[in-house]
Design a protein around this ligand. Structure first.
Ligand code: FA5
Length: 356
């Protein structure tokens, strides 16, 4: 029993002297380890007289528990002291310290796209389908472009190994939208929808052609929809985007999914119509082909062409952004040049064009 009491004292002295957690760990091994003092005392139990074994055994266990608790307590104290030391060492938070407040900016195409979406929303259109992957049926067949039709050569398509393809034009969602709303038409509700997307074409790149660009498709279907409705919506959209009158021209254009079809060109706002690389020296930029939806397309979309008519347009959003912001070369949009791209806001307008 005297030995055991001495052990407690010895531990207390050594624990007081320990200043590091590693020293504490050494103490644990020394006292509680397999070959430590406590294990030694346990082994000595066999030499204790039988009637005192229980009492001595209990005493050893008490001391063992005391040492375990003391080590744990001391360890927690050391960690707290270390934490406090680190806190004291850390400089106080300085509220006046200048922080870099530079923020990101929206891509000019995003700005224009959102603006056009808002314009059409305000005219009762819903905004739908941003998907970029589609299939042959939606991109061609449902649009009255059967296999081997020469019109397929108009767009050089990127095919995926899955058999799907990257959208060559936003018209690829026409069939889905027609199907979605065909039942509503029967209830007397007109179909009015716009659907923007990135488009992909394997074609030669120049100042006004990219192989990755944005379009926004629009469709309106109801009883008695005519070309004059189409012209009204196109005019309203353009005057809202440019906040002034711009010169446009409508000329016949062929697309298998509309009849009649038109090309809507905008007079180049970079050169004012004189001709420059941005408009391939023509003074005009093809912006928004459109037309009356072909009866075959309506039928494929579950809409009765005997009852309903409609218009569709395919607005070139990237070219619209060029004209809106006075960006001379379409390649700027995909250039990742933040210095150029971050200068535009929804209040920026191209003011460099000639007055007409
Ligand atoms: C089409 O894509 C038809 N789907 C548009 C359409 C929709 C016609 C509905 C009738 C009814 P087009 O290939 O011309 O048509 O492209 C439409 C517009 O997208 C062009 O006028 C142009 O503004 C833009 N565009 C086409 N190709 C490129 C390109 N490589 N780079 C940038 N913009 C392009």
């Amino acid at each position: 029993m005297i030995e055991i009491d001495k052990l407690t004292k010895l531990f207390e002295e050594k624990a007081d002297a320990a200043g590091l957690t590693s020293e504490l760990e050494q103490l644990r091994v020394e006292f509680l380890g397999k070959k430590g003092y406590i294990a030694e005392q346990m082994a000595n139990l066999r030499n204790v007289e039988a009637d005192r074994k229980k009492e001595v055994g209990q005493k050893i266990n008490e001391v063992k528990q005391f040492i375990e608790d003391a080590i744990q307590k001391r360890f927690a104290e050391m960690l707290a002291a270390e934490e406090q030391r680190l806190i004291d060492k850390t400089e106080a938070y300085d509220e006046s310290f200048p922080i870099d407040t530079e923020t990101g900016s929206y891509h000019p195409i995003t700005l224009v796209q959102r603006e056009v979406e808002d314009i059409f929303r305000s005219m009762g259109f819903s905004v739908e389908d941003y998907s970029e992957v589609t299939d042959d049926f939606n991109c061609f067949e449902a649009l009255n472009i059967p296999k081997h039709h020469p019109a397929r050569d108009m767009q050089d398509t990127y095919y995926l190994s899955t058999g799907q393809l990257l959208k060559t034009h936003t018209s690829a969602a026409q069939n889905t939208i027609l199907r979605k709303y065909s039942a509503d038409l029967e209830k007397g509700l007109p179909l009015r929808a716009v659907f923007p997307s990135r488009c992909f074409r394997n074609e030669k790149i120049d100042a006004c052609h990219e192989n990755t660009f944005f379009q926004m498709e629009g469709m309106m279907v109801d009883r008695d929809i005519s070309i004059s409705n189409l012209i009204y919506f196109m005019k309203t959209m353009l005057s809202e985007v440019f906040q002034r009158d711009v010169t446009v021209r409508l000329r016949p254009g062929f697309f298998p999914f509309v009849e009649p079809g038109f090309e809507l060109d905008i007079q180049c706002l970079i050169c004012g119509g004189d001709g420059c690389p941005s408009c391939k020296d023509s003074g005009w930029l093809e912006l928004c082909p459109c037309g009356m939806i072909h009866p075959n397309v309506l039928t494929a979309g579950g809409v009765d062409p005997e009852k309903y008519t409609g218009f569709a347009f395919g607005l070139g959003l990237t070219r619209l952004a060029m004209m809106r912001y006075g960006i001379k070369d379409i390649r700027v949009f995909n250039s990742c040049n933040l210095k150029s791209l971050s200068q535009f806001t929804d209040r920026t307008f191209n003011t460099s064009e000639k007055e007409d």
